[in-house]
Design a binder for this molecule. Structure first.
Ligand code: FAD
Length: 500
């Protein structure tokens, strides 16, 4: 077996969250014997939003050896147990998508199948009574749960944080491990002769930066992957029609909630993300149903605390590049596509693209099979996240709005339609092993959006009434105990990771 020449120089174009996450991870895992360059333009700047995450980011930080306390302190972050969805099913209704478990499995079946039987028999406790993440969030509590052998807490957490501070932290990490940063604007991209691979990028300063592997982290413009290599864009706006956002910070307000809030609005939704020093807010909306002025008015009228700046407009089209990896260029971050931040998935998709790139890291031959597999896995992952987001919009009973009616009546992707049908029949949840969101996530959103199964799993009748009663009671006690051991969220931050 021979090696066919190594990738010796990696060139990352772009220094937003994607660029610096890629730089840090590549320095950590692929830096030995390789030069890593990062080029970013101060004049162009970064998109500058992106504050809420999902629990997988903990693995990314752990891999880099960044301790949680230092991370939360330096990014002025807070802890996140899930997302509260307000008015999404219908006005006046709210539900929680918590990251952790909802009850425990019993034998072959997930908890909710027994819970449905318990409810059918007149049981009074709702689904979230058994969800430690929800119960902690409802009491504004957070602390690392006490894990006992044989009885895992079931709590999972993520963070809210200032993404520009995170990028700064990663920059110092990456530069400390040899990544060379160049400030400047890429003015042209040189392609090689026959194979059409990227050979080098040329900066306005005249400098030419050559390499074997190029990572396009240039944000929405996709300078290499689209403007140069013409990957093409798969437009998903017929399913996710929101195409604009406004972002505005406001004062910090008490209590410091350990969750993101998403409130449905006339033609989109509003986010609220609590940080240590301020609250991040924004409105995602569909310009075909709502004009910019009305969106700004609604957003500013419903902030907790005074606005600290004017709303910043952003535009996008939901979708993804047809090929995230083309020739010797891999697009990561917004250069690879955009899914609205309803489930805080963009930073995760960056992390997951980096992990996949490491798994399929090329040698200088750039084997077509590796590239095809990378792209196939990317497609599966993105489509599953897309479907999960569509689910929230589609299952609504919001009266009197054209936008929400459109969402209710749209033709769904086949796989999502099947998931809804399956849950609607007997509450079964099915998923591909590359899918990001697990069964409790689908359960909470389907139930929270008002989808009610016609029956529970027939095998849930396999235990006696008494066993069922005990099992359900234990699940409730477990959630109660886990939460009772947690301190107040703000106190926990003050004690462990408050900014000085
Ligand atoms: P950018 O931040 O746009 O960075 C692009 C980089 O490329 C910059 O450094 C720029 O200078 C450089 N560049 C571009 N062109 C050139 C050139 N010619 N020469 C040199 N350099 C160049 N994600 C989450 O996970 N959670 C959230 O809560 C969340 N909320 C969001 C809300 C909104 C409204 C939007 C739009 C996005 C949100 N995201 C969220 C997504 C998140 O912001 C992005 O995934 C993340 O910031 C990564 O952006 P990026 O690095 O790909 O691009």
């Amino acid at each position: 077996m021979t090696r066919r020449g190594e990738v010796k120089t990696i060139v990352i174009v772009g220094g937003g969250t994607a660029g610096w996450m890629a730089a840090a991870a590549l320095a950590r895992y692929a830096g030995r014997g390789r030069a890593i360059r990062l080029i970013e333009s101060d004049e162009i700047g970064t998109v500058g939003v992106g504050e809420a995450t999902i629990p997988q980011i903990r693995l990314f930080n752990e891999g880099l050896g960044i301790p949680e306390e230092a991370f939360v302190r330096e990014t002025l972050g807070s802890f996140k147990l899930g997302i509260e969805f307000v008015d999404w099913w219908k006005p006046g209704q709210r539900y929680f998508h918590g990251f952790g478990a909802v009850g425990q499995r019993l034998g072959l079946l997930p908890f909710h199948q027994y819970w449905l039987r318990y409810r059918a028999g007149g049981g009074r406790h709702g689904l979230w009574h058994f969800a430690p993440n929800f119960r902690a969030a409802a009491g504004n509590r957070f602390g690392r749960p006490i894990e006992r052998p044989g009885a895992p807490s079931g709590v999972h957490h993520a963070y809210h944080f200032d993404a520009s501070l995170y990028a700064r932290m990663l920059r110092s990490y990456a530069e400390g491990r040899g990544v060379r940063r160049t400030e400047g604007k890429v003015a042209a991209v040189d392609l090689g002769g026959e194979d059409g691979f990227v050979e080098a990028v040329r900066l306005e300063s005249g400098e030419r930066v050559a390499g074997e592997l190029f990572i396009d982290c240039t944000g929405f413009r996709g300078l290499l992957i689209e403007q140069t290599l013409r990957s093409g864009y798969e437009d998903w706006s017929h399913w996710l029609p929101c195409d604009r956002a406004l972002a505005v910070p406001s004062e910090r307000v008490a209590p410091l909630t350990p969750y993101t809030r998403s409130t449905a609005r006339e033609a989109g939704w509003q986010w609220r993300i609590p940080l240590q020093h301020r609250t991040g807010n924004g409105m995602v909306y569909c310009s075909a149903f709502l004009d910019d002025e009305k969106a700004a008015e609604t957003l500013l009228a419903s902030l907790d605390g005074a606005a600290l700046a004017s709303p910043r407009p952003l535009r996008f089209t939901a979708g993804k590049r047809r090929a995230a990896w083309k020739k010797n260029c891999v697009a990561i971050g917004l250069a690879g596509g955009f899914l609205e931040p309803l489930e805080s998935t963009s930073i995760h998709l960056i992390q997951s693209a980096i992990a996949r790139l490491l798994a399929y890291f090329p040698d200088a031959a750039f084997d077509a099979a590796d590239i095809a597999e990378y792209n196939a896995q990317t497609d599966i992952e993105w489509e599953a996240v897309r479907d999960f987001i569509i689910l929230h919009y589609h299952l609504n009973a919001r009266p009197g709005s054209e936008f929400w009616r459109h969402c209710r009546e749209m033709v769904l992707p086949e796989r999502l339609a099947q998931k809804i049908a399956l849950f609607g029949a007997s509450a079964r949840i099915t998923r591909h092993n590359l899918e990001l969101f697990d069964d409790p996530s689908w359960l909470q959103v389907m139930w929270g959006q008002g989808l009610r199964p016609r029956a529970y799993h027939p095998l849930a009748d396999g235990i006696s009434d008494r066993e069922l009663e005990e099992f359900i009671a234990l699940a409730g006690q477990h959630a109660q105990r886990v939460v009772s051991e947690m301190p107040d969220h703000a106190d926990y931050i003050a004690a462990t990771c408050a900014a000085p």
